[in-house]
Design a protein around this ligand. Structure first.
Ligand code: HEM
Length: 168
Protein backbone atom coordinates (compact mmCIF):
# COMPACT_ATOMS: atom_id res chain seq x y z
CA UNK A 1 0.00 0.00 0.00
CA UNK A 2 2.90 2.31 0.66
CA UNK A 3 3.90 2.23 -3.05
CA UNK A 4 0.96 4.16 -4.53
CA UNK A 5 0.87 6.52 -1.55
CA UNK A 6 4.52 7.47 -2.00
CA UNK A 7 4.00 7.88 -5.75
CA UNK A 8 1.25 10.41 -5.06
CA UNK A 9 3.62 12.12 -2.64
CA UNK A 10 6.40 12.45 -5.20
CA UNK A 11 3.95 13.69 -7.85
CA UNK A 12 2.85 16.41 -5.48
CA UNK A 13 6.44 17.33 -4.75
CA UNK A 14 7.16 17.44 -8.49
CA UNK A 15 4.22 19.81 -8.96
CA UNK A 16 5.29 22.05 -6.07
CA UNK A 17 8.88 22.29 -7.33
CA UNK A 18 7.65 23.31 -10.75
CA UNK A 19 6.53 26.64 -9.35
CA UNK A 20 8.82 27.05 -6.35
CA UNK A 21 12.36 28.38 -6.75
CA UNK A 22 15.09 26.02 -5.51
CA UNK A 23 18.56 27.07 -4.34
CA UNK A 24 19.40 28.30 -7.87
CA UNK A 25 16.71 30.98 -7.40
CA UNK A 26 14.66 29.63 -10.33
CA UNK A 27 11.56 27.44 -10.58
CA UNK A 28 11.57 24.43 -12.86
CA UNK A 29 9.42 26.16 -15.46
CA UNK A 30 11.79 29.15 -15.45
CA UNK A 31 14.77 26.81 -15.93
CA UNK A 32 13.07 25.10 -18.88
CA UNK A 33 12.31 28.50 -20.46
CA UNK A 34 15.85 29.85 -19.92
CA UNK A 35 17.65 26.72 -21.15
CA UNK A 36 15.46 26.69 -24.30
CA UNK A 37 16.07 30.41 -24.89
CA UNK A 38 19.83 30.03 -24.43
CA UNK A 39 19.90 27.18 -26.99
CA UNK A 40 18.80 29.83 -29.53
CA UNK A 41 21.15 32.58 -28.30
CA UNK A 42 24.19 30.29 -28.37
CA UNK A 43 23.78 29.62 -32.11
CA UNK A 44 25.11 33.16 -32.69
CA UNK A 45 27.15 33.63 -29.54
CA UNK A 46 29.93 35.70 -31.13
CA UNK A 47 27.55 38.19 -32.75
CA UNK A 48 25.28 38.47 -29.70
CA UNK A 49 28.24 38.79 -27.34
CA UNK A 50 29.77 41.57 -29.41
CA UNK A 51 26.44 43.43 -29.74
CA UNK A 52 25.82 43.16 -26.00
CA UNK A 53 29.20 44.62 -25.10
CA UNK A 54 29.04 47.41 -27.67
CA UNK A 55 25.62 48.29 -26.19
CA UNK A 56 27.03 48.05 -22.66
CA UNK A 57 29.92 50.43 -23.37
CA UNK A 58 27.67 52.85 -25.24
CA UNK A 59 25.41 53.02 -22.18
CA UNK A 60 28.19 52.88 -19.58
CA UNK A 61 31.41 54.29 -21.14
CA UNK A 62 32.86 54.63 -17.63
CA UNK A 63 33.38 50.82 -17.56
CA UNK A 64 35.88 51.00 -20.44
CA UNK A 65 38.53 51.91 -17.85
CA UNK A 66 38.43 48.33 -16.51
CA UNK A 67 39.65 46.90 -19.81
CA UNK A 68 42.77 46.98 -21.96
CA UNK A 69 40.76 47.72 -25.13
CA UNK A 70 39.79 51.18 -23.92
CA UNK A 71 40.84 52.96 -27.10
CA UNK A 72 38.65 54.44 -29.82
CA UNK A 73 34.94 55.24 -29.92
CA UNK A 74 32.11 52.88 -28.92
CA UNK A 75 31.37 52.14 -32.60
CA UNK A 76 35.04 51.19 -33.28
CA UNK A 77 34.82 48.83 -30.32
CA UNK A 78 32.63 46.50 -32.39
CA UNK A 79 35.75 45.62 -34.43
CA UNK A 80 38.06 45.25 -31.44
CA UNK A 81 39.28 41.63 -31.06
CA UNK A 82 40.02 42.11 -27.38
CA UNK A 83 36.38 43.08 -26.82
CA UNK A 84 35.26 40.05 -28.87
CA UNK A 85 37.41 37.79 -26.70
CA UNK A 86 36.02 39.23 -23.49
CA UNK A 87 32.43 39.06 -24.77
CA UNK A 88 32.94 35.39 -25.62
CA UNK A 89 34.34 34.70 -22.16
CA UNK A 90 31.28 36.24 -20.53
CA UNK A 91 28.77 34.59 -22.88
CA UNK A 92 30.38 31.15 -22.54
CA UNK A 93 30.46 31.54 -18.79
CA UNK A 94 26.77 32.45 -18.67
CA UNK A 95 26.01 29.53 -21.00
CA UNK A 96 27.81 27.14 -18.64
CA UNK A 97 25.85 28.49 -15.68
CA UNK A 98 22.56 28.03 -17.57
CA UNK A 99 23.23 24.71 -19.32
CA UNK A 100 24.95 22.92 -16.41
CA UNK A 101 24.55 25.03 -13.27
CA UNK A 102 20.75 25.27 -13.27
CA UNK A 103 20.50 21.49 -12.97
CA UNK A 104 23.40 21.26 -10.53
CA UNK A 105 23.10 23.92 -7.80
CA UNK A 106 26.44 22.93 -6.20
CA UNK A 107 28.23 23.51 -9.52
CA UNK A 108 26.40 26.82 -9.99
CA UNK A 109 27.48 27.96 -6.54
CA UNK A 110 31.07 26.89 -7.10
CA UNK A 111 31.27 28.66 -10.49
CA UNK A 112 29.84 31.84 -8.98
CA UNK A 113 32.31 31.78 -6.08
CA UNK A 114 35.14 31.70 -8.66
CA UNK A 115 33.56 34.48 -10.73
CA UNK A 116 33.24 36.67 -7.63
CA UNK A 117 36.83 35.94 -6.53
CA UNK A 118 38.23 36.86 -9.99
CA UNK A 119 36.15 40.00 -10.26
CA UNK A 120 36.71 41.28 -6.70
CA UNK A 121 40.40 41.44 -7.62
CA UNK A 122 39.36 43.83 -10.40
CA UNK A 123 37.14 45.90 -8.10
CA UNK A 124 33.96 44.83 -9.94
CA UNK A 125 30.94 45.32 -7.65
CA UNK A 126 27.43 43.90 -7.44
CA UNK A 127 26.16 47.13 -8.98
CA UNK A 128 28.52 46.74 -11.98
CA UNK A 129 27.34 43.15 -12.51
CA UNK A 130 23.73 44.39 -12.26
CA UNK A 131 24.47 46.93 -15.04
CA UNK A 132 25.90 44.36 -17.45
CA UNK A 133 23.16 41.88 -16.47
CA UNK A 134 20.49 44.45 -17.32
CA UNK A 135 21.96 44.94 -20.80
CA UNK A 136 22.28 41.17 -21.37
CA UNK A 137 18.64 40.64 -20.36
CA UNK A 138 17.24 43.49 -22.47
CA UNK A 139 19.28 42.48 -25.50
CA UNK A 140 18.40 38.76 -25.29
CA UNK A 141 14.68 39.38 -24.76
CA UNK A 142 14.64 41.65 -27.81
CA UNK A 143 16.62 39.16 -29.93
CA UNK A 144 14.25 36.37 -28.84
CA UNK A 145 11.20 38.47 -29.72
CA UNK A 146 8.87 35.70 -30.94
CA UNK A 147 9.92 33.34 -28.13
CA UNK A 148 9.45 35.98 -25.45
CA UNK A 149 7.09 34.95 -22.63
CA UNK A 150 6.43 36.19 -19.11
CA UNK A 151 8.08 33.04 -17.73
CA UNK A 152 11.22 33.76 -19.79
CA UNK A 153 11.35 37.37 -18.57
CA UNK A 154 11.01 36.16 -14.96
CA UNK A 155 13.60 33.46 -15.60
CA UNK A 156 16.19 36.00 -16.85
CA UNK A 157 15.43 38.26 -13.89
CA UNK A 158 15.76 35.43 -11.36
CA UNK A 159 18.95 34.09 -12.96
CA UNK A 160 20.69 37.47 -13.09
CA UNK A 161 19.50 38.10 -9.54
CA UNK A 162 21.28 34.91 -8.44
CA UNK A 163 24.48 35.98 -10.25
CA UNK A 164 24.35 39.48 -8.69
CA UNK A 165 23.52 38.09 -5.22
CA UNK A 166 26.77 36.11 -5.27
CA UNK A 167 28.55 39.51 -5.12
CA UNK A 168 26.82 40.46 -1.80
C1 HEM B 1 27.44 38.64 -15.63
C2 HEM B 1 28.55 39.28 -15.34
C3 HEM B 1 29.95 38.87 -15.74
C4 HEM B 1 30.43 37.66 -16.14
C5 HEM B 1 29.67 36.34 -16.30
C6 HEM B 1 31.85 37.82 -16.39
C7 HEM B 1 32.71 36.82 -16.81
C8 HEM B 1 34.05 36.97 -17.07
C9 HEM B 1 34.92 35.91 -17.48
C10 HEM B 1 34.50 34.45 -17.69
C11 HEM B 1 36.16 36.43 -17.63
C12 HEM B 1 37.44 35.69 -18.08
C13 HEM B 1 38.02 34.90 -16.94
C14 HEM B 1 38.65 35.78 -15.89
O1 HEM B 1 39.65 36.46 -16.22
O2 HEM B 1 38.13 35.84 -14.79
C15 HEM B 1 36.06 37.86 -17.30
C16 HEM B 1 37.11 38.74 -17.34
C17 HEM B 1 37.01 40.07 -17.02
N1 HEM B 1 35.89 40.73 -16.58
FE1 HEM B 1 34.06 39.93 -16.33
N2 HEM B 1 32.20 39.13 -16.15
C18 HEM B 1 31.06 39.81 -15.75
C19 HEM B 1 30.97 41.13 -15.43
C20 HEM B 1 32.01 42.02 -15.48
C21 HEM B 1 31.89 43.45 -15.19
C22 HEM B 1 30.59 44.16 -14.79
C23 HEM B 1 33.11 43.98 -15.36
C24 HEM B 1 33.55 45.42 -15.21
C25 HEM B 1 32.89 46.41 -15.69
C26 HEM B 1 34.01 42.89 -15.73
C27 HEM B 1 35.35 43.02 -15.95
C28 HEM B 1 36.20 42.04 -16.38
C29 HEM B 1 37.60 42.26 -16.69
C30 HEM B 1 38.35 43.58 -16.60
C31 HEM B 1 38.11 41.02 -17.10
C32 HEM B 1 39.55 40.71 -17.55
C33 HEM B 1 39.88 41.34 -18.85
C34 HEM B 1 39.46 40.62 -20.07
O3 HEM B 1 39.12 39.41 -20.03
O4 HEM B 1 39.48 41.24 -21.16
N3 HEM B 1 33.30 41.73 -15.79
N4 HEM B 1 34.77 38.14 -16.97
Amino acid sequence: MSGPASLVGSDEEELTNYHTPDETGLTKSQKVALIAAWSIVKKDLVEHGRNIFVMFFEEYPQYLDYFDFASGSASELGENRSLHAHALNVMNFIGTLIDYGLNDPALLKCSLVKLVRNHRKRNVTKEDVGAVGGVIMRYCLKALEQHRTKTLEEAFGAFLGTVAAAFD
